[in-house]
Design a protein around this ligand. Structure first.
Ligand code: GRF
Length: 215
């Protein structure tokens, strides 16, 4: 039985698009049930509705309490029988109550090799530090920002000629590959949390780590 996913976005939605593309394959273990944005002008909403997926455009400013806003999201996810929630550039911290309810069914993508570089302006900081390898991480969400058991990571080289734009484009390309892979592992029940680490149950060589070359 394919799992229903709900995708939460705030903007462009390119990771959302990569998940929708993966889900369009009938053999993929998940299908896109609903896309929800906390910004009514998010470009990704248009893409999702053109792909025939239910969308919900909210404005978090309409809600005085974070709990009220999260309750509306939760109700929409339930209405669409969502099994797994994917954050894809969703720029709001979710309340501990929401995170607890969806524990180990709520995943996020972050453009660094966590636990290195949580937060924002990641690529600036990576370039300033002169590190040679960066990447992206898909993880189960916990109440603290950019924390939680790691499902999959992709490593990406940093070139000495890189600008923030060039590096972020290279990492984004890796994000688009690793997010569907991580979702597949979760949807197939192959990514199990034990003692706050993810055990990947797989017969072949473990597929949760990849290297995306510069060229
Ligand atoms: C991505 O870099 C993602 O890792 C981060 O926010 C960005 C969202 O981009 N959480 P998009 O909206 O998926 O294009």
């Amino acid at each position: 039985m394919r799992k229903n996913i709900g995708i939460l976005i705030s903007g462009r939605g390119s990771n959302m698009a990569s998940l929708i593309a993966a889900c369009s394959d009938i053999d993929f273990p998940a299908k896109a049930a609903v896309v929800i944005s906390n910004r009514p002008d998010a470009a990704g909403l248009d893409f999702a509705s053109k792909a025939g997926i239910a969308t919900l455009a909210l404005n978090h400013r309409d809600y005085e309490e974070r709990e009220d806003f999260d309750a509306v999201i939760d109700a929409a996810l339930e209405e669409h029988n969502v099994d797994i929630v994917c954050l894809a550039g969703f720029m709001r911290l979710l309340t501990p109550g929401f995170v607890d309810k969806w524990r180990d069914r709520l995943i996020n993508i972050h453009p660094s090799l966590l636990p290195a570089y949580p937060g924002v302006n990641i690529h600036d900081r990576v370039l300033d530090d002169g590190v040679r390898i960066t990447g992206c991480t898909v993880h189960f969400v916990r109440a603290e920002m950019d924390a939680g058991p790691i499902i999959a990571q992709a490593a990406v080289p940093v070139l000495s000629t890189d600008t923030v734009e060039a590096l972020s484009a290279r990492v984004l390309n890796a994000e688009h590959r690793v997010y569907p892979l991580a979702l597949k592992l979760v949807a197939e029940g192959r990514a199990r949390v034990a003692s706050e680490r993810v055990l990947i149950d797989y017969d072949e060589l473990e597929p949760a780590a990849m290297f995306v070359p510069a060229l």
